[in-house]
Design a protein around this ligand. Structure first.
Ligand SMILES: [Zn+2]
Length: 106
């Protein structure tokens, strides 16, 4: 799922494709069911803001800082470009922030 290249030229799936956020609320957020499988972290990786088209340092879910849209992406793949989705005027441009990352080690 992570590595399939889309016909849009980047290796990311909109969270809707992943079934991650389908809430009825205006501000949708990533969901999970089993808290024992997630751990809160103060890793500085969560503080970094990534430009569109930058390389994703971790596999996981990133959110648009301006509008909250979430995408899933594989490690080292290219984050979606500036024209990935439309913003209302005044909302600012697309920039990506890590929301959840996958740990590959056991
Ligand atoms: Zn956005």
């Amino acid at each position: 799922m992570w590595t399939r290249k889309s016909n849009l030229g980047y290796n990311a799936l909109k969270s809707a494709d992943l079934g991650i956020h389908k809430g009825a609320t205006k501000l949708s957020m990533a969901l999970y069911k089993y808290p024992e499988h997630l751990t809160k972290s103060d890793d500085a990786a969560f503080d970094q803001i990534h430009e569109p088209g930058a390389q994703a340092p971790h596999a996981g879910i990133y959110r648009c800082v301006a509008c909250g849209l979430e995408i899933g992406i594989a490690q080292y793949h290219t984050l979606p470009p500036q024209d990935h989705h439309q913003h209302q005027s005044g909302l600012g441009r697309i920039r990506w922030q890590l929301l959840v990352y996958a740990q590959h080690k056991k």
